[in-house]
Design a protein around this ligand. Structure first.
Ligand code: UFG
Length: 335
């Protein structure tokens, strides 16, 4: 009998890729998603990709009654909690919404899980908890902080989980600090295609490549980096998805809680990503140099060694593969 894993936010960008990776690893994933930031046809695409019907519950993570109903209907063994709001800029404008959905949503979920006698959860955290990093590459032991409400919610959620684990040994958490997820599923059936103008580099470049946006604005070329533009640790979303499968395995098989970075350890500049995307789509994408974006740091990349030692996780896909899969996905989505 396969183990059943509830994916909150399972129809979203990272959730949907993790769904496929879990199904391939022999788990039975179940989705709970409000679809505020996910496409309606994702469950159908997941069914095509996995060759099996998809169990999908349309509900908000803050809705305790709906959560109780899902836990009663499905025999759930563990939860991977993706459901959250994730735009830094939006969080500055709407801090209460971020507190309510990200922190309130986690609180509701933990209460319902506890009442259902379920204590294993993988949590989507972010390198944003390192604030402005003081050491590079960044190990998990680096100081944490926040510079915006989104970062505040992720850090607070981590701390809530750590306090809960310390209070009762039945609770066991995998906290995954993502660096910069990028790329799309190799089938071109899943990927990132935000409803509004994208904030993040890779989906923005995808829209420049399709011609929907005129040019990339490079936010600052006077940073203390080799070419003056920001350095980030881009990780292919299929590698990231595999990290979740390994994290879940550590929780379910060894009862081993952990907090790990999921990144490659390699930083690429904005101009390097622009060139890689241009290679992928076969033309030089236009760009203009714009002022620095408030809140950005010069460089942010992971020390990935704890994930390697603890989970046996190594991100193996290259920046070129991220750009090529993103381009294949957006091209398919526009035809
Ligand atoms: N950038 C541009 N132009 C754009 C968009 C981005 O030049 O139109 C640059 C940024 O200045 C930065 C790099 O591209 O140097 C990456 O920017 P992203 O917005 O793609 O990603 P960030 O590193 O700013 O943030 C991401 C997530 C956050 C998360 C953080 C963790 O969006 O949620 O990684 O490191 F907190």
């Amino acid at each position: 009998m396969p183990q059943t894993v509830l994916l909150t936010g399972g129809a979203g960008y990272i959730g949907s890729h993790t769904y496929v990776a879990l199904a391939e690893a022999g788990y039975r994933p179940v989705i709970l998603d409000s679809f505020v930031n996910a496409r309606d046809d994702v469950p159908e695409r997941l069914a095509r990709l996995t060759g099996a019907p998809v169990s999908c519950h349309r509900a908000d993570i803050r809705d305790a009654t709906a959560l109780h109903r899902v836990f009663a209907a499905e025999r759930i063994d563990a939860v991977i909690h993706f459901a959250a709001l994730k735009s830094v800029g939006e969080s500055v404008a709407r801090p209460l919404d971020y507190t309510e959905t990200n922190i309130g949503g986690l609180m509701t979920l933990l209460r319902v899980m506890g009442e259902a006698g379920l204590h294993r959860l993988v949590f989507s955290s972010s390198a944003t908890v390192y604030g402005a990093p003081q050491t590079l590459p960044i190990p998990e032991t680096a100081p944490v902080g926040h510079t915006n409400p989104y970062g505040f919610t992720k850090l607070t959620c981590e701390q809530i989980l750590q306090q809960l684990a310390a209070s009762d040994p039945r609770w066991c958490f995998g906290i995954l600090r993502y660096f910069n997820p990028a790329g799309a599923h190799h089938s071109a059936l899943l990927g990132e295609d935000p409803r509004d103008t994208p904030n993040n580099l890779m989906p923005y470049l995808a829209r420049v490549a399709t011609g929907e946006l005129p040019a990339l604005q490079v936010f600052g070329d006077d940073y203390d980096t080799p070419d003056g533009t920001g350095l980030r640790d881009y990780i292919h979303v299929e590698d990231l998805a595999r990290g979740h499968v390994l994290s879940l395995g550590a929780l379910l098989e060894q009862g081993a809680g952990h907090l790990v970075n999921l990144g490659t350890g390699q930083g690429y500049s904005v101009l390097e990503v622009l060139r890689a995307y241009s290679r992928a789509c076969g033309r030089d994408l236009p760009h203009v140099i714009a002022p620095r974006r408030p809140g950005d740091v010069a460089a942010c990349y992971a020390d990935p060694s704890r994930a390697a030692d603890f989970l046996g996780f190594r991100a193996c896909r290259t920046l070129d593969e991220m750009c090529a899969s993103s381009w294949a996905w957006i091209s398919a989505a526009r035809t």
